[in-house]
Write a protein that binds this ligand. Sequence first.
Ligand SMILES: Nc1nc2c(ncn2[C@@H]2O[C@H](COP(=O)(O)OP(=O)(O)O)[C@@H](O)[C@H]2O)c(=O)[nH]1
Ligand SMILES: [Mg+2]
Ligand SMILES: [Zn+2]
Length: 302
Amino acid sequence: MQTEYGRLQCTLRESLRSEAESRHSVVVVGDNVELEPVVDTDSQEELARKKTHAVILGVDPRHSKFSRPKRGKEEIEQIVAANIEQMLIISSVKQPQFKMGLIDRFLIAAHQGSLEPIIILNKIDLEHALDINRLEQVYESINVRMIATSATERIGVERFGEVLKDKRSIVVGQSGTGKSSLLNCVEKGLKLRVGEISSYSQKGTHTTTAVEMYPLSFGGYVVDTPGLKYLGLWDIEAEDLGYLYPEIARYSEKCKFRNCLHKTEPGCAVKQALEDREIYPERYESYLKIVEELQAEDPYKK
Ligand SMILES: Nc1nc2c(ncn2[C@@H]2O[C@H](COP(=O)(O)OP(=O)(O)O)[C@@H](O)[C@H]2O)c(=O)[nH]1
Ligand SMILES: [Mg+2]
Ligand SMILES: [Zn+2]
């Protein structure tokens, strides 16, 4: 663990250790912790250890977090990082293919975890068929900033750096979109490995799985993450999803049924707004897909 005393190897105190066995994410990247040096003898060996080891006594309450469900025997919350201010959602115009649904999932997770989302559309140097202006309009309509970049041609890289300055950020997105490349562009000293295929949940991981926080020389901290092909949503019911889409939430109050899912119900104000072109169809499509998935997951709603 990186601390004000340098890099220390930490162990959890007894009570936290038992908690860690039953619960995931007892200590995560970005947590503020209380440390105590390891010394219970005055042998030379222990004194030498004092400089490199510490015990984590407690973890401060978290202001924000990025969570996802970790599937196992039962689903538990995996907190990827805590106390982060903003989530930079890195996508690419192609290689890998642009996936709006995945971006929308990250937006939901950011909203839920109290992080400000910012969308980065990278690799604009490649020939592609995306309508960038339209995407900008879609996200502007829900007050989310979007920055188009090219790490290789150094387009928009300055703006990317400005967004990071003096903030605590996490970069997320599919593997291969250019997360590490963009960070290397703004912070020469980082030298993150580029072009590695890695993933944090899949079996047979053969490369880095660690999520690490780096200090930035121009101010701020950034957490680089390995790619995520898919983002499961933690602790969201189908009925609540509409509240996490600002444009849907705006109309849902006027729906005839209070528990309207805006699918095929009569008197749905959201469907009406869609027809009136007040809601972008691509956003509604991604909403529908996620609602259906949430319903399929819920055994009582089948
Ligand atoms: N053409 C193009 N390639 C890029 C750009 N940014 C990154 N790449 C390439 O995309 C691949 C994946 O980049 P990497 O930074 O490792 O992606 P990460 O998995 O999101 O960290 C590498 O081969 C990079 O050289 C870009 O803006 N344009
Ligand atoms: Mg990377
Ligand atoms: Zn409705």
